[in-house]
Design a protein around this ligand. Structure first.
Ligand SMILES: C[S@@+](CC[C@H](N)C(=O)[O-])C[C@H]1O[C@@H](n2cnc3c(N)ncnc32)[C@H](O)[C@@H]1O
Length: 357
């Protein structure tokens, strides 16, 4: 018996996955789908000239199998990497991106592909990765290296302790938008209040308020049909009743019915686009980011429409960096009284609470 040496490798079998293995992906790496199934004996193929031994795959010369005529497939010459090897390969690539992707994201992507937690991936570093999972991981990594945000690759982002599904049709939820929820929850509202979310996106505000405020009746608008589809999916999955309206801001709605309005409208000036991170500028929807003309144009229109609220009804709205002065001026001219402003984690004025005079 031989003692010592490297720990034995584990071959992942489908039974170890908490969800089915992704289907073999061949696109970006230009491979053909292999026929070998993880967990079954590895194939032995002839390769013509020479003889190779690669980790996890026995490759024999044609002469090893008498009489056999082989059509060698390079696809069968597969290194079987361990989790640790894939992580070691990916981390420096992420760290070298011009947008400074955290190397830890390698763990997130690998865990996502395997259906494992980060801790599980770390603890099982010597586990061999089946080809389909490796291909899926490499595909996600390649997309991440182009700047595609991790939230889109994972298909979800947490907000207010719930997981929201996101894709390229919606803005990725930002932590500072939780301040808007805090301000909304601090309001005293009538029983079964009507709440309106303008510019729903993934539905984080509408769904969160519908679930956090007992008896709330929530409506959400968006100009984007794609965004409303994402809101609908999140509302259904999280068990929130939200009425969806595809419209320009509040057009067509009877604002006098609502007891609270919340909104995180687009507020970036299009002139600032060149200075944005490519992760944001090139991947998140322009409709969600940019206010046409100038950064405060949507805020100004929204405030003007909120003149139709009942006196005393409040509006909690997220604003951009440096927009407090302009937002207060627009509010004043729309008959909305400034009540308070909430700074974000960076100390930037971020959420404005206004009241219809
Ligand atoms: C900054 S995103 C906010 C999304 C979500 N509420 C959040 O906080 O993550 C703004 C949203 O407003 C929508 N939007 C942009 N212009 C609009 C308009 N004129 N009327 C209605 N919705 C609009 C966009 O499609 C986008 O979903």
């Amino acid at each position: 018996m031989v003692l010592g040496g490297p720990p034995p490798k584990t071959l992942i079998t489908p039974a170890l996955f908490s969800r089915p293995l992704p289907t073999p992906h061949t696109g970006r790496r230009g491979r053909q789908a292999r026929t070998h199934q993880p967990g079954t004996p590895l194939p032995v193929w002839g390769v013509g000239r020479g003889r190779e031994k690669r980790a996890g795959v026995r490759v024999l010369g044609g002469g090893d199998l008498p009489g056999a005529k082989f059509a060698p497939s390079p696809d069968t010459l597969r290194e079987v990497p361990t989790l640790r090897q894939l992580l070691a390969e990916a981390r420096p690539l992420l760290a070298a991106t011009p947008f400074g992707a955290p190397p830890r994201e390698a763990l997130l992507l690998l865990g996502h592909v395997l259906g494992w937690s980060e801790a599980q991936v770390l603890a099982r570093g010597e586990t061999e990765v089946p080809e389909a999972a490796e291909a899926r991981f490499r595909d996600l990594l390649a997309r991440r290296l182009t700047g595609e945000p991790t939230a889109y690759l994972l298909g979800e982002r947490e907000f207010w302790r719930r997981s929201f599904q996101v894709d390229s049709r919606v803005l990725i939820p930002r932590p500072e938008t939780e301040h808007l929820v805090e301000e909304a929850l601090a309001e005293t509202l009538p029983d079964r209040p009507w709440i309106l979310d303008v510019g729903a996106g993934s539905g984080i505000l509408a769904v969160t308020l519908a679930l956090e405020i007992s008896g709330a009746r929530v409506a959400a608008t968006d100009l984007s049909a794609g965004a409303l589809a994402v809101t609908a999916g999140n509302a259904r999955r999280l068990g929130a009743a939200v009425r969806l309206v595809r419209t320009d801001l509040t057009a067509g709605l009877d604002l006098a019915r609502f007891d609270l309005v919340v909104s995180n409208p687009p507020y970036i000036d299009p002139a600032e686009a060149p200075s944005l991170s490519p992760e944001v500028r090139d991947f998140e929807p322009a409709l969600a980011l940019f206010a046409p003309g100038s950064g405060d144009s949507v805020l100004a229109r929204l405030f003007a429409e909120c003149a139709a609220l009942r006196p005393g009804v409040r509006l909690a709205v997220e604003i951009g960096f440096g927009q407090l002065g302009a937002a207060r001026r627009h509010a004043e001219s729309a008959g909305l009284e400034f009540l308070r402003v909430r700074n974000d984690y960076a100390g930037i004025p971020r959420v404005l609470v206004l009241q219809r005079r």
